[in-house]
Design a binder for this molecule. Structure first.
Ligand code: F6R
Length: 608
């Protein structure tokens, strides 16, 4: 979703901002803009060319001189007001001397706008953001101090925001603030940078300051001062960034999804190695761990599916009752939480607002909260009592692949450790489970390289418009994930369904032309899956069966049978996810679609 990049004190600030906005494209956006302070003047350029907007912005800026050292840039993902140049950020005040960019939603924008219009302000967009630039314009009349004006504005706003402002009257600074939405600051000796998340500053700084909620940060060349709404200086935690910039580059690959699927063995190997060394990045006290008597996992989309797989391990190996909730729904039930409840927020970005708010809710209710994230320093890691970071490297493609697998292995490693700590998993069993996870990368390599079978399926079925993915037990999250991958990048209608639920309704939709992808995992659920396969076959569906290499029952049942790589039970769901990634990718490509930035979707989902 929206991205922010600010620079103070760097010669050629415009190019730094344009490069930074290019890096932020992966978050998902539809328009872009920049405001520069140059020789006491404010210069603004905006474009609204969908996912080409940053390139269009670069073209539009081609003739500008590069002398400005201060500027702010923004990629917008439309919420209030359609995709247009008028609605693109930055927005400016009535005097064209003040510019504002914003991520999030101002919930009371209607009331604020009405007041401001009554006072004579002229609005030029339909956005909620524009109220802020006019509010700041009013507040500046008080004492001309941009930092103080920002502080006075904050209590007037309801909602979530990360906001940054530049003013021609303050040519050497950016002033910014946040509530809920993330905002980070990085510095070198001579330059200060502002970003909407840690990856925005990757490659420029090796640590960031995390700005607290309802605080104001003033950036000048090489400096940043964070103050509360009363102007009192507050400490901001410093978080180191250890991403390799290379990981964000496409290299020899056609697109990021292919690259990230291919990186899965390494993502799992690196995550296992790191988390075997040290389970937690910020540890939990041993007595807190020993007292845990219930676990609640929360996440969204693919992270929710990873949590579903992890839940099985937590119950089987740690013998702790584990519940799971879609993060956006968690607050709407009165979950029974206490300090002995462990709430685990699972999110690759660590910024998804639904998950972040669920974690905050859990903390307010007294639970112990852990973040599973791929981004060091992400908001969730700061909100949690402890963090378990995955080591998948930055994921750029909107469709999550390598981070999902890494999330599962982290949850499995947590389950093994909890099982040992509680004395319910003996040392030999724990060692065997850890050894399985260490051999997983080699099995994943085989799965990842075995692209051809699903390519054949995709070429044969690319035009099918209705798909069902069926699974049982650990095969259910695999089926749900397969359906999600397919729908988000190929735009085919795809439904993931517990195979046993089919006969309670969805089977009414099964008819010739419908494709059913059945996930058969080794174990007791397999026999029941055979029956469900027979039921859909009898109704004329086209059948794609994903099954273990030695499952002979499925031979002859499916129109296509795709084999999974042999493994133990814990690794089986992970290995079965890979062919479904191949399927989604191949269908999307066969349909001529670009896979990395599917329509309407964003990589980092910062609105509720
Ligand atoms: C699907 C996908 C999304 C995310 C979801 C949560 O491929 O990527 O469903 O899994 O938006 O995002 P995170 O993990 O950042 O919380």
């Amino acid at each position: 979703m929206c991205g922010i990049l600010g620079v103070v004190g760097e010669p050629g600030a415009l190019d730094t901002i344009l490069d930074g906005l290019k890096r932020l494209e992966y978050r998902g956006y539809d328009s872009a803009g920049v405001a520069l302070l140059d020789g006491g003047a404010l210069l603004r350029v905006r474009t609204a060319d969908g996912t080409r907007s940053v390139d269009a912005l670069r073209d539009a800026c081609a003739g500008l001189n590069r002398s400005a050292t201060v500027g702010i840039g923004h990629t917008r993902w439309a919420t209030h007001g359609g995709v247009s140049v008028a609605n693109a950020h930055p927005h400016v005040d009535c005097g064209d001397g003040l510019a504002v960019i914003h991520n999030g939603i101002i919930e009371n924008h209607d009331l604020l706008r009405a007041d401001l219009v009554a006072k004579g302000h002229v609005f030029t967009s339909s956005t909620d953001t524009e109220v802020m630039v006019h509010l700041l314009e009013d507040e500046l009349k008080c004492d001309g101090d941009l930092r103080a004006a920002m502080a006075r504005m904050l209590p007037q706003l309801r909602g979530a925001f990360a906001v940054a402002a530049v003013s021609a009257a303050h040519p050497d600074r950016i002033v910014a603030a946040r509530r809920v939405s993330p905002l980070v600051v990085g510095m070198t000796d001579t330059v200060a940078y502002l970003g909407s998340d840690v990856p925005a500053l990757m490659g420029r700084v090796d640590s960031v300051l995390a700005v607290d909620e309802d605080c104001v940060v003033e950036l000048t060349p090489g400096h940043a001062v964070v103050t509360d709404v009363h102007g009192v200086v507050v400490d901001a935690p410093v978080v180191s960034i250890d991403f390799d910039v290379e990981v964000a580059d496409l290299g020899r690959y056609a697109d990021f999804m292919t690259k990230e699927i291919d990186e899965q063995p390494a993502a799992v190997a690196d995550t296992v190695a790191e988390r075997l060394e040290n389970l937690f990045d910020q540890p939990l006290d041993a007595d807190v761990v020993a007292a845990i008597d219930k676990i609640v996992l929360v996440g969204c989309g693919s992270s929710y599916h990873a949590a579903m797989v992890g839940r099985v391990a937590l119950e089987s190996w740690a013998k702790i009752p584990a519940e799971i909730d879609i993060a956006s729904e968690f607050r709407y039930r009165d979950a029974i939480l206490s300090p002995t409840t462990l709430v685990i927020g699972v999110s690759q970005s660590g910024e998804t607002i639904d998950t972040l708010e669920a974690m905050k809710h859990a903390r307010r209710k007294g639970a112990t909260v852990v973040a599973v994230s791929n981004i060091p320093g992400a908001s969730m890691t700061r909100e949690a009592n402890a963090s378990l970071l995955t080591k998948a490297g930055l994921e750029v493609s909107v469709a999550s692949t390598k981070t999902v697998l890494a999330q599962v292995v982290v949850l499995q490693l947590l389950a093994i450790s909890l099982g040992e700590a509680r004395g319910v998993l003996d040392a030999a069993a724990a060692t065997a489970l850890r050894a399985d996870l260490q051999t997983l990368p080699a099995a994943l390599r085989i799965a990842v390289d075995d692209v051809a079978p699903m390519k054949d399926v995709a070429n044969a079925l690319a035009t099918a418009s209705s798909w069902f993915f069926l699974g049982r037990g650990s095969g259910l999250p695999v089926a749900l994930e397969g359906a999600l991958k397919l729908k988000e990048i190929s735009y085919a209608r795809a439904e993931g369904c517990p195979a046993g639920e089919l006969k309670h309704g969805p089977i009414a939709l099964i008819e010739p032309g419908v494709v059913v992808v059945a996930i058969v995992l080794p174990g007791p659920s397999a026999e029941k899956m055979y029956s469900n396969i027979a039921e859909v076959k009898a109704r004329g569906a086209t059948l794609v069966i994903v099954a273990p290499h030695d499952d002979h029952v499925v031979e002859g049942l499916g129109d296509f049978v795709v084999r999974t790589v042999p493994s133990g039970d814990a690794a089986a769901p992970l290995l079965a996810m890979v062919p479904l990634q191949h399927l989604a990718y191949a269908v999307a490509r066969a349909r001529g679609l670009e896979v990395d930035r599917p329509r309407n979707l964003a990589k980092t989902v910062t609105v509720e």
